[in-house]
Ligand binder design. Structure first.
Ligand code: SF4
Length: 528
């Protein structure tokens, strides 16, 4: 559903801020593609854009693709912004630019909902999810498009049921310029890991869309030009296991209908390994990757952070079980925990070798507001407000040692030879367990063939000829070519190249050691 139509028409400019370069934005992969410029279409802002009254013209701009121009601001009567903590600096910058045109600016989304005080200049703060605060905002803009005298804070008390959500306005985004598609089935997570703000922000009882909403969204994503992979951005895909089981047959049917042109990925807790019936359904629906917050291989640390559910099966066994259903595990890892010891970094590198997980997002612990960790560190007087620091946590180990360990782990884990060996493992042991997709007209379309050829050319030229890890690259490449593993070669090289380049810069201190850090750096994913 949409907001009720109102007689007054307002022109709304939705602006999504640039990302500060991070491990998870994959910007080093973009030059190997056919013009990708941004990571994922932002669900929240596209949802709000779709919810606005039907008679309100909306422009959507993702500043990772192009910056909002003078003409955009002159056209608009109000500006809406949304984003995560990592985009804080850029969101405040959009506000400043919009104010130069005397426009009212509203901000919503996860960052402002958790930390309203990060955004003192905005005219409207929209805290919480889509709901009564959104209707209030629309009514206020309809009544008066001038800037209010002082900041207005609107907090959602009555959330719109997800079954009532409109289809995100994917038609406003240039989907072909995104690395991945995105979709959301549920919101919230039943667990309470100490460092995580999801239960506090979105609740412990996951809210859900219907399977029919999801297949209709997938239809729209395809129509609007998405290709390759679609990521379920749900906080925990098995937060409600029954709901996941209900959805999967619909996804399988949808894949059969559309010729398996898309592959899926999601985030889920590692105890998914105890649910072979879910894993089997995911395999059938062609899920190829699951992001699991393994966080640490140390059971004492898992207990301390209230992540006992990661120990419901031995970690290595859980990873192998997921691999046996054809899905690669991507892992979140945290360093700087109270339980860390001087040998933690070395233990992590051994775990990476043993698990054969290619992609691990290794972050320093950062305390986020609205988490039990924040409350505990506050009580212990261990929160440090210093924007020049890599983390706001006063670690038990010396700060310099923790940062040095992080850099050493990034450098060690992403040595080209080591990383490509882990991909080799996945190509030999995991991917052969995927379903054999029936060959379809859609997969063999001229567009797909052209895309594959373009990426192959770019990979060979930019990595194989111009790159500086040629020996490791060609060893990997020649084996793939000899075995006809072209698709796996392309997909693993896109990610591997990003990881290698990013880790290199990170290990000499050019990037933040936490994706959640508020450390201020230049946004280095440039808008054109
Ligand atoms: S399982 Fe994941 S989403 Fe759920 S509380 Fe823990 S870290 Fe957060």
């Amino acid at each position: 559903m949409r907001a009720e139509s109102v007689e007054t028409v307002r022109r709304i400019l939705c602006v999504f801020p640039r990302y500060t370069s991070s491990f998870g934005t994959f910007q080093y992969a973009y030059p190997l593609t056919d013009g990708v410029q941004a990571f994922m279409p932002p669900q929240g802002l596209l949802l709000i854009a779709a919810y606005l009254p039907a008679n309100w013209p909306v422009r959507f701009i993702d500043e990772n693709i192009r910056a909002a121009t003078t003409e955009d601001f002159e056209w608009a009567e109000a500006v809406l912004v949304s984003g995560m903590h990592i985009q804080r600096q850029q969101m405040n910058d959009i506000c400043r630019r919009a104010h130069a045109f005397d426009l009212p600016v509203a901000i919503g989304g996860p960052s402002v909902s958790a930390c309203p005080d990060y955004y003192p200049s905005f005219d409207y703060l929209h805290l919480g999810e889509l709901g009564d605060a959104t209707n209030d905002l629309i009514a206020r803009l309809a009544r008066d498009p001038s800037r209010p005298e002082r900041q207005v804070v609107l907090k959602t008390a009555d959330r719109l049921a997800m079954t009532q959500f409109p289809l995100p306005a994917y038609e406003l985004a240039e989907l072909r310029k995104y690395f991945l598609g995105s979709i959301q089935y549920s919101s919230g997570c039943p667990y309470q890991c100490e460092f995580c703000d999801i239960p506090g922000l979105y609740g412990r009882n996951p809210r859900l869309k219907t399977p029919q909403q999801i297949t209709t969204e997938l239809d729209k994503l395809l129509e609007c030009g998405i290709r390759g992979s679609v990521y379920f951005v749900d906080d925990n895909f098995i937060g409600n296991r029954k709901a996941a089981l209900d959805l999967l047959p619909h996804l399988v049917e949808w894949q059969k209908k559309t010729g398996y042109v898309l592959r899926f990925s999601c985030e889920a807790t590692l105890n998914i390994a105890k649910r072979p019936e879910i894993l089997a359904g995911m395999r059938e629906a062609f899920f190829s990757t699951i992001f699991c917050g393994i966080e640490t291989p140390d059971p004492v640390a898992l207990k301390a952070m209230h992540k006992d559910h990661n120990m419901m099966v031995p970690i290595m066994e859980g990873i192998r079980t997921i691999n046996s259903f054809g899905m690669e595990v991507v892992s979140g890892i945290i360093l700087g925990l109270d339980t860390d010891k001087p040998e933690t970094g070395q233990n992590l590198l051994e775990f990476i070798d043993a698990s054969q997980i290619p992609l691990l997002t290794i972050n320093l612990l950062q305390a986020l507001p609205k988490t039990p960790l924040w409350d505990r560190l506050m009580r212990e007087n261990r929160l440090i407000e210093d924007e020049g620091r890599e983390s706001n946590v006063d670690f038990h180990l010396p700060y310099e040692d923790v940062v040095r360990t992080w850099r050493a782990c990034m450098s060690g884990a992403y040595q080209p030879g080591k990383l490509l060996a882990r991909y080799e493992y996945q190509i030999r042991k995991t991917y052969p367990n995927q379903i054999k997709r029936p060959r379809s007209r859609q997969q063999a379309s001229w567009q797909n063939i052209k895309l594959g050829l373009t990426m192959l050319r770019n990979i060979f030229w930019k990595v194989g000829i111009l790159g500086d890890y040629k020996i490791e690259f060609w060893k990997f490449a020649l084996r793939r070519l000899a075995r006809g593993e072209i698709e796996h070669f392309i997909s693993s090289m896109l990610v591997a190249h990003h990881l290698i380049m990013f880790a290199r810069e990170a290990s000499v201190g050019r990037y933040n050691a936490s994706n959640y850090s508020i450390r201020l750096r230049e946004a280095s994913v440039p808008a054109e």
